[in-house]
Design a protein around this ligand. Structure first.
Ligand code: CAA
Length: 284
């Protein structure tokens, strides 16, 4: 199957990054969000990130204009998704919301359309279960932030995902300049099963007074060559997202080793979610 037109659902950090890389790689993109303000902000972010690439001579001004001209925005799923060959869902990490969207997608898209989710931890098999008649077309296509920079796409098959669907997504990821890596469907896949316990442990170090956030991050940057310390990274990802993923791990494995640190829970309750709210472990 030849993919030329995709829909991306959700215009947040991941959604706008995913729309950016598809448009830059020559695909037509329908970016869908219920909130027109989010769509406007997403277009402004994509414009800014493309301009940054122009300034660094990675792309030309006309490449930038061409990429922007390939993106159209929509506030309803039906008009944005009915004529595409692939949908990448990138809404919040909330199973009920994803379920609602997948059910609607199964109704408005053609039977051939692949339904991918950028979920960072929710089971692809469980998501596919809500659209049983289409489950062979459901797959995990997990991108990393900042999407235009990070090379990885973690590709996850559900129990029923067909080999054909997998091959289309593997080849497509390469066309986007990314490296697809296959992992089996398990809570948190590989990326977040390894990353989130590290972030959670870094938060416990602060909670127990072992070190300040700055010093925890210095240890991991200078001692382990991480580009960002785990607490800076947690702010960058969003503390609410980190908490959601830890809860998926905790529930999915029924194992107390994934218990979210009480300090993380408190910070999310206080609305200190990191970069996006101006304060997390650091102030922005
Ligand atoms: N769009 C386009 N280009 C961007 C960009 C964006 N949004 N953000 C950064 N860049 C480019 C910069 O232009 C720069 O390009 P050059 O190398 O050509 O100069 C390059 O990326 C590096 O950026 P900076 O120089 O501004 O800053 P930096 O060197 O500190 O790097 C970083 C920034 C790339 C974010 C780096 O700190 C990093 O890799 N951090 C770790 C990020 C990470 O772990 N992401 C995964 C999070 S987990 C996730 O997303 C999934 C999940 O499920 C939770």
């Amino acid at each position: 199957m030849e993919i030329t037109k995709v829909a991306v659902i959700g215009a947040g950090t991941m959604g706008n990054g995913i729309a950016h890389v598809f448009a830059q790689s020559g695909f037509k993109v329908n970016l869908i969000d219920v909130n027109q303000g989010s769509l406007d902000r997403a277009l402004a972010t994509i414009d800014k990130n493309l301009s940054r690439m122009v300034a660094k001579d990675k792309i030309s001004e006309s490449d930038k204009d061409a990429a922007l001209s390939r993106i159209q925005t929509f506030t309803d799923i039906k008009s944005g998704a009915d004529s595409v060959q692939l949908v990448v869902e990138a809404v919040n990490e909330n199973f009920d919301l994803k379920t609602k969207i997948f059910k609607e997608l199964a109704e408005v898209t053609s039977e051939e359309t692949i339904l991918a989710s950028n979920t960072s931890s929710i089971s692809i098999t469980k998501l596919a279960g809500v659209v049983k008649e289409r489950s062979e077309k459901v797959i995990g296509m997990h991108f990393f932030n900042p999407v235009p920079v990070m090379k990885l796409v973690e590709v996850v098959n559900g129990l029923d995902t067909s080999d054909e669907t997998y091959e289309v997504i593997e080849n497509l990821s390469k066309k986007l300049g990314k490296t697809p890596v296959y992992v089996n469907d398990a809570p948190g896949f590989v990326s977040n099963r390894v990353l989130m316990p590290m972030i959670n442990e870094a938060i416990f170090c602060v909670y127990e007074g072992v070190a300040t956030p700055e010093n925890v991050d210095e240890v991991m940057k200078l001692g382990m060559a991480h580009p960002m310390g785990p607490l800076r990274l947690a702010d960058f990802i969003g503390l609410d997202v980190c908490l959601d993923i830890l809860r998926v791990l905790y529930d999915g494995f029924a194992d107390p080793k994934y218990r979210p640190c009480p300090l993380l829970v408190k910070m999310v309750d206080a609305g200190k979610l990191g970069d996006k709210t101006g304060e997390g472990f650091y102030k922005y």
